[in-house]
Each structure stands twice: as structure tokens, then as C-alpha cells.
Design a protein around this ligand. Structure first.
Ligand code: NAP
Length: 246
């Protein structure tokens, strides 16, 4: 069975992607942040994945750590025997205006959202090159395409992911490895629960479909991009925002 590794999959979009890919028939490696709370939630997600009749295991690692990511990828390969798909989903926000932003707020968002993609892709792509196949989906954001007030750090990290996706796609396409990204708009998760009603109302006004997105609507596009139905798609960023940017 083909194996998919999803980072930050103990809740929100990542958890939904794990469950959707399990329904698609992938064996699932669930990464979670190394804390007791995340471990318990990841166990619950793994249990739900197993209900689809596939294998699912959990793996603790802080994706901002280069060494922990190398260990994570090795552990998944050792446990499952292959690694066929990677979803770089883990992410954080530390929103504030540029003039108020601390160095810690900038550096930590870049480390978790952006450097993690390097940390994860380097060891994963080496395995996929040996296997002569593989697919990666990176989690960008509309903030990386159009910017967002209060998200200087987050927008920087997500814009970088779009460039990294295109560069990697060009490097590894000849090895039968595809690399794409998705750029969600406002999706209902614990991350966006933190927004004020005023912030949500401002975003809502710009959405053509006049509703916020559901996690399943991200998972279905990730499922497509990892499948053979997307066999001629690489280096692309697909916006999933209900028409927020038109
Ligand atoms: P979420 O509910 O906060 O989930 C993010 C997950 O990443 C959490 O499980 C979190 O664990 C984990 N994580 C954070 N730092 C980590 C680290 N250093 N190592 C490993 N795991 C870590 O957020 P979400 O809304 O599902 O977001 C998922 C992805 O979609 C993110 O990349 C986000 O930027 C992107 N996105 C979301 C939206 C949206 O509207 N929700 C829009 C565009 C893009 P903890 O709970 O312990 O922090």
C-alpha cells in the first residue's frame, strides 16, 4: 500500500487530510507536535484512519527542527517500508502589525511554516528519487499570494512556499516526482477560531461564495493532487478560497 505522511495532523486541516487519504486507501503516517495533548489528539485521528481499513501510525516531531525532521522521515520509512506522498501542512500564526512585530514572532513563524518545508522535503525527496516516484503537497495560503495586514511574517512564509514548490517541481520532475501547493482562504479550524468577529466579517465580505471554507474542501483537493488524476500537474498552487481574490 502507498504511504502518505502529513505534518501537523493532530487537528484542523491536517487531521482531515489524514482521514480523507485513509479513505482513498493510503497508509497514513501522522506527524504531531511533541506534546501530550497533541499525542492524544493524533491517536484519535489514527484510530479514525484505521476505521478505513488502512495502517495508521503517529510520529512526534517539531517540524521547525532540521534534525527532528530527518529522524521523522527515517522513522516513517523504517516503519512502513516506503514514503510515497508528503503533505507539509503544519503551520502557526503570530499576527500583529509590522511595526509591533518582535523578532521572535517573525523568526518562529518562518521556522515552523517555511523552513519546515526544507527540513521535510530534503530527506523525503531523497527517498522518492530512489523510488522513482512520489508526490508532495505544500500548504500555502492566500496570504502568500495577495498579502494580509497583520500577517507580514505569515505572508512571507507562505509566499516562500509557493517559490519552493516551483523550484522543487523543476528539480525533480524528471524523476517522476510531482510537487504542488494549495492556497486556502479562510477555513474553519482552531487556527481561524482565534480571529475576531470584525476580522472575520472583513474577510467574509470579499468571498464570492459568501461562506467560509470547510476542512473537507481542502482535503479533497489534496487528495486529487496526490492521485494519478493529477499525473500531469506539477509546480502549481491551487487557490481554494471561495473566490476571495477576484
Ligand atoms: P491548526 O488547527 O492550528 O493546525 C495546525 C497544526 O500544526 C496543529 O496540529 C499544530 O499543533 C501543528 N503544528 C504547529 N507547529 C508545529 C510544529 N512545530 N511541529 C509540528 N506540528 C506543528 O491550523 P489549520 O487551520 O488546520 O492549518 C493547517 C495549515 O493550513 C497551516 O499551514 C495553515 O497555515 C494553513 N492554512 C490555514 C488556513 C485556515 O483558514 N485555517 C488558511 C490558509 C492556510 P499545535 O496545535 O500543538 O500547535
Amino acid at each position: 500500500m502507498a504511504v502518505a505522511l502529513i505534518t501537523g495532523a493532530s487537528q484542523g486541516i491536517g487531521a482531515c487530510i489524514a482521514k480523507r487519504l485513509a479513505k482513498d486507501g493510503w497508509d497514513i503516517a501522522i506527524n504531531h507536535y511533541p506534546s501530550d495533548g497533541d499525542k492524544a489528539k493524533a491517536e484519535g485521528v489514527a484510530e479514525e484512519c484505521r476505521a478505513s481499513g488502512v495502517r495508521a501510525e503517529i510520529f512526534a516531531a517539531d517540524v521547525s527542527s532540521f534534525d527532528q525532521c530527518a529522524e521523522l522521515v527515517k522513522s516513517v520509512k523504517d516503519a512502513f517500508g516506503s514514503l510515497d506522498a508528503l503533505v507539509n501542512n503544519a503551520g502557526i500564526t503570530k499576527d500583529t502589525l509590522l511595526t509591533l512585530m518582535t523578532e521572535e514572532q517573525y523568526d518562529s513563524v518562518i521556522a515552523v511554516n517555511q523552513k519546515s518545508v526544507f527540513n521535510m522535503m530534503k530527506p523525503t525527496i531523497k527517498i522518492m528519487m530512489k523510488q522513482k516516484h512520489g508526490a508532495v503537497v505544500n500548504m500555502a495560503s492566500v496570504a502568500g499570494l495577495y498579502g494580509n495586514p497583520g500577517q507580514f511574517n505569515y505572508s512571507a512564509s507562505k509566499a516562500a512556499i509557493i517559490g519552493m514548490t516551483m523550484s522543487a517541481a523543476k528539480e525533480v520532475g524528471a524523476r517522476n516526482i510531482r510537487v504542488n501547493a494549495v492556497a486556502p482562504g479562510l477555513i474553519k479550524t482552531p487556527m481561524t477560531d482565534k480571529l475576531t468577529d470584525e476580522q472575520k466579517a472583513k474577510i467574509f465580505d470579499q468571498i464570492a461564495l459568501k461562506r467560509f471554507g470547510e476542512v473537507e474542501e481542502i482535503a479533497s483537493v489534496v487528495s486529487f493532487l496526490l492521485s494519478d488524476n493529477a499525473s500531469y500537474i506539477t509546480g502549481q498552487t491551487i487557490e481554494i478560497s471561495g473566490g476571495l481574490s477576484m
